[in-house]
Design a protein around this ligand. Structure first.
Ligand SMILES: NC(=O)C1=CN([C@@H]2O[C@H](COP(=O)(O)OP(=O)(O)OC[C@H]3O[C@@H](n4cnc5c(N)ncnc54)[C@H](OP(=O)(O)O)[C@@H]3O)[C@@H](O)[C@H]2O)C=CC1
Ligand SMILES: CC(=O)[C@@H](O)[C@H](O)COP(=O)(O)O
Ligand SMILES: [Mn+2]
Length: 381
């Protein structure tokens, strides 16, 4: 029986993780649930999964859980309570499905506690990939990719020699505005941007997908997860999101993982590895019906966020921290109607230009740069 701590239980990845666990009660037991403000959904999850520990964001919401905690279940609130709960839980697997760089410290805590980590929270690897990979080597903790592209790369690497890999090819749907004119994109609303062509996901990643920043974050994530130089990581626009990513080998073979777009496949792969679970939900891939798959190149001007992410990744140090923090702030501003869609890329560009890169930032320096970037971005609004 695998004991699971789930951070971000009320979100898109969190609820799908619980769906996988629900389908396999003989294999998994939920020991910890952590979320933000969706207490109504959390109450239902507590009743169904009976975890030992609950962590919520705000102390003020703890009273809402009165009468909803099973005997022996304790509930705590706040960031330090979350870190303590992750350090102390008897779970062996921590699924990090939080959104944003707030996922970094819980990831590092789980690594230090020797847990296996399902890493959906890509911002962790973008903002401080050097610290996360160094800590996981030091503590012998395994990072199991959950992001669909990275799960596909992981699956396509199975049984191979890493020294024979020549290129990772990360696929991109192109996002909500892939067929829009530049003029129309400039006037796009949050509602327009939230209509992803293929995936149903949380708001932040859906906006990132529309700007193609998601693909930039994923290139940096792939760099750290698979120890691959940026020059050997390419992005390919593939509108159907059926090929989830590809690996090229020195003999020119290309191995890919395919499937209908459903995150439960990647989630179960991380949770149950090396097994593959039977799942209700994901549709069977019918290539006879699909008929044709399409591919396009990216455009360095049109996909400015992707270009900036490559540059920040190659620069290294604190540059990706700034890229990520400015983007997180700008996406929130766009969602609140305070910034135009094209303003997201402009904001990130300005933040990167204003920053003096720290070559090997410590955790404290990463947190400081993250905070400073957010403050500057807010003040410049
Ligand atoms: N959704 C998807 O299909 C995919 C997502 N990812 C990545 O996975 C991560 C999660 O994405 P997604 O599930 O879409 O995001 P969601 O916004 O749907 O969910 C985020 C979760 O984090 C919780 N949360 C937010 N702030 C806090 C806080 N301060 N303390 C505790 N919990 C908090 C939310 O709680 P609450 O809602 O209760 O406030 C929610 O449970 C992101 O990094 C994303 O890029 C990667 C690939 C695919
Ligand atoms: C499902 C998943 O992994 C998302 O990160 C997805 O990749 C978003 O799609 P695009 O960024 O390719 O539009
Ligand atoms: Mn992805």
């Amino acid at each position: 029986m695998k004991k699971v701590a789930l951070l971000g239980s009320t979100g898109s990845i969190g609820t799908q993780t619980l769906d996988v666990i629900r389908q396999h009660p003989d294999r998994f037991q939920v020991r910890l649930l952590a979320c933000g403000r969706n207490i109504d959904l959390l109450k239902k999850q507590i009743a169904e999964f009976q975890p030992a520990v609950i962590v919520i964001r705000d102390e003020g919401d703890l009273s809402k859980l009165k009468g909803h905690l099973p005997i022996g279940t304790r509930a705590v609130a706040g960031e330090s309570a979350l870190l303590a709960a992750v350090a102390e839980t008897d779970a062996d697997f921590v699924m990090n499905a939080l959104v944003g760089s707030q996922g970094l410290k819980p990831t590092l805590t789980a690594i230090e506690a020797g847990k296996t980590i399902g890493i959906a929270n890509k911002e962790t690897l973008v903002t401080a990939g050097h610290l996360v990979t160094a800590a996981s080597k030091h503590y012998g903790a395994q990072l199991m990719a959950v992001d669909s592209e990275h799960s596909a790369i992981w699956q396509s690497l199975e049984g191979s020699k890493r020294s024979e890999v020549t290129r990772l090819i990360v696929t991109a749907s192109g996002g909500s505005f892939r067929d829009w004119s530049a003029d129309a994109v400039a006037r796009a609303t949050p509602e327009d941007a939230l209509k992803h062509p293929n995936w149903s996901m949380g708001q932040k990643v859906t906006i990132d997908s529309a700007t193609m920043m998601n693909k930039g974050l994923e290139v940096i994530e792939a760099h750290w997860l698979f120890d691959m130089p940026y020059e050997n990581i390419d992005v390919l626009i593939h509108r159907e999101s059926i090929i989830h990513s590809l690996v090229e080998y020195q003999d020119k073979s290309v191995i890919a993982q395919l499937g209908t777009p459903d995150m439960k496949v990647a989630i179960q792969y991380a949770l149950a590895y090396p097994d593959r679970l039977e799942l209700n939900g994901p549709e069977r891939l019918n290539l006879w019906e699909v008929g044709a798959l399409h591919f396009e190149n990216t455009d360095p001007i049109k996909h400015q966020c992707l270009t900036m992410a490559y540059q920040a990744g190659e620069t290294g140090g604190s540059a990706p921290t700034v890229l990520n923090a400015a983007n997180e702030e700008a996406v929130q501003q766009f969602l609140k109607g305070e910034l135009s869609f094209t303003g997201i890329a402009d904001t990130v560009e300005k933040a990167l230009a204003a920053h003096t890169v720290i070559a090997h930032p410590s955790i404290d320096e990463v947190m400081e740069v993250d905070l400073e970037t957010r403050e500057r971005t807010r003040n410049e609004k």
